[in-house]
Design a protein around this ligand. Structure first.
Ligand SMILES: NC(=O)c1ccc[n+]([C@@H]2O[C@H](COP(=O)([O-])OP(=O)(O)OC[C@H]3O[C@@H](n4cnc5c(N)ncnc54)[C@H](O)[C@@H]3O)[C@@H](O)[C@H]2O)c1
Length: 325
C-alpha cells in the first residue's frame, strides 16, 4: 500500500460533502492503493448528523478508508493533515447582501487558516465554501502555510462552460479544452471563449456565432448556479463535489501538453492582477501539487472589460475583509 493520506473536509455534514466524502473515501482521487484517513469537521450543533454520515461511510466498506475522525474544532481537525477541502461556510440568509455574507464567513476562515499551521509540512488547501476566493484569501493570510498551497474552486464554472460549448458545437465534452474562468467565482466571473478550443481549433471559429457566445454562453455559465437552485430547490452539490475532485486531480496529475485548467490562486501580478489577490487563472501543473499561470493569452478589449469587472469585484471584497487579513 502507498503512503496514507490525511484529508480534512469541513462542512462534512452538508450536501456537497455528502457526495465528496464518499468519492474521497473510495480511493477515486488519491489512488486505489492509498489509505485515506478522513478528518471530518463540523459545527457542534450538527455532530449527530455527522455521526450518520460516518455510519454510512463505514457501511460502504471501502478498502481504502483507513480511519474516520469527527471534530467540532479546526485546530484538532487539521492536525497532521495533507489535504484540506474547506467546504463549510455559513449560507446566505434571506435578503442577505454579498458583503454581509463575506463578513459572517470571514472569522471562520481566520480560525481555519491559523489551524492549518498544525497540518503536515506538505499540506495543500482548496476552498469551496462561498465566497470562495475571498474566504481563501483570508485563510491564506492567517496561515504560515506558503501562499502557493492555497487555491479556491473555479472548476465547477469551467466544467459548466465546457459542457455548454460542447452542446452548442454538437461534440463530446472531452473535445473541449483550454477553458478559462477568469476572476471571481460569482456571477461576475468571465468565462473565456476567445481562448477555448474545440477539437484543437478555436471554439469561436467552430461555433461561429459571436452573438450566442457573448449573449447566451456567458450569462448561462455565470447564472448556472441560480438555475440549478431554481430547478432543484437546492444548490449544486454533486456537481460541486465532482468539480472539487477535478480541481485536486488537476494539481496532482501533469497537465496534458497544450491544455490548462482553471483555479483561483494567489496572483503574482500576472495579467496585471494585484499581487496577493486570489484570482481565477488558467494554470498548468507538473503534477506535484504545484501550479503555474499560463501567461500571454490574448484578450480583446471587450473581454478585458469583463475581466476588469471581476477583478474590481474581488478588490471590493478584499476591502470588506481588510481587517481580517
Ligand atoms: N466554489 C463553488 O463553485 C461552489 C459551488 C457550490 C457551492 N459552493 C459553496 O459551498 C458551500 C457548501 O455548500 P453545501 O451545499 O454543502 O452547503 P450546506 O449548507 O449543505 O453545508 C454546509 C455545511 O457547513 C457547515 N459549517 C458551517 N460553518 C462551519 C464551520 N465554521 N466549520 C465547519 N463546518 C461549518 C454547516 O454546518 C453545514 O453542514 C456553500 O458556501 C456554497 O455556497 C461553492
Amino acid at each position: 500500500m502507498a503512503v496514507p493520506i490525511r484529508v480534512a473536509v469541513s462542512g462534512a455534514a452538508g450536501q456537497i460533502s455528502y457526495s465528496l466524502l464518499f468519492r474521497i473515501a473510495s480511493g477515486e482521487i488519491f489512488g486505489a492503493d492509498r489509505p485515506v484517513h478522513l478528518h471530518m469537521l463540523e459545527i457542534p450543533q450538527v455532530m449527530d448528523k455527522l455521526e450518520g454520515v460516518a455510519m454510512e461511510l463505514t457501511d460502504c466498506a471501502f478498502p481504502t478508508l483507513a480511519e474516520i475522525k469527527m471534530f467540532d474544532n479546526a485546530d484538532e481537525a487539521f492536525d497532521g493533515i495533507n489535504q484540506a477541502f474547506l467546504v463549510g461556510s455559513r449560507p446566505r440568509g434571506p435578503g442577505m447582501e454579498r458583503a454581509e455574507l463575506i463578513k459572517v464567513n470571514g472569522p471562520i476562515f481566520v480560525g481555519q487558516g491559523k489551524a492549518l499551521n498544525r497540518a503536515a509540512d506538505d499540506v495543500r488547501c482548496m476552498v469551496v465554501g462561498n465566497p470562495a476566493n475571498t474566504n481563501c484569501l483570508i485563510a491564506m493570510n492567517n496561515s504560515d502555510v506558503p501562499n502557493d498551497r492555497f487555491s479556491a474552486m473555479m472548476r465547477l464554472d469551467e466544467n459548466r462552460a465546457k459542457s455548454q460549448l460542447a452542446a452548442k458545437a454538437g461534440v463530446p465534452v472531452a473535445d473541449v479544452s483550454n477553458a478559462t474562468i477568469w476572476g471571481n467565482h460569482s456571477n461576475n466571473q468571465y468565462p473565456d471563449f476567445e481562448n477555448a478550443k474545440i477539437d484543437g481549433k478555436p471554439a469561436a471559429e467552430v461555433i461561429n456565432d459571436e452573438a450566442w457566445l457573448r449573449d447566451t454562453f456567458i450569462p448561462t455559465v455565470q447564472e448556472r448556479g441560480a438555475a440549478v437552485i431554481k430547478a432543484r430547490g437546492a444548490s449544486s452539490a454533486a456537481s460541486a463535489a465532482s468539480a472539487a475532485l477535478d480541481h485536486v486531480n488537476s494539481l496532482i496529475t501533469p497537465t496534458p501538453a497544450g491544455d490548462w485548467f482553471s483555479a483561483s490562486v494567489c496572483s503574482n501580478g500576472e495579467y496585471d492582477v494585484d499581487p496577493g489577490l486570489m484570482f481565477g487563472f488558467p494554470l498548468t501543473s507538473t503534477g506535484n501539487g504545484d501550479w503555474k499561470v499560463v501567461e500571454g493569452l490574448p484578450m480583446s478589449d471587450w473581454a478585458r472589460g469583463k475581466f476588469e469587472a471581476s477583478l474590481n469585484e474581488l478588490r471590493t471584497e478584499r476591502e470588506v475583509v481588510k481587517d481580517l487579513l
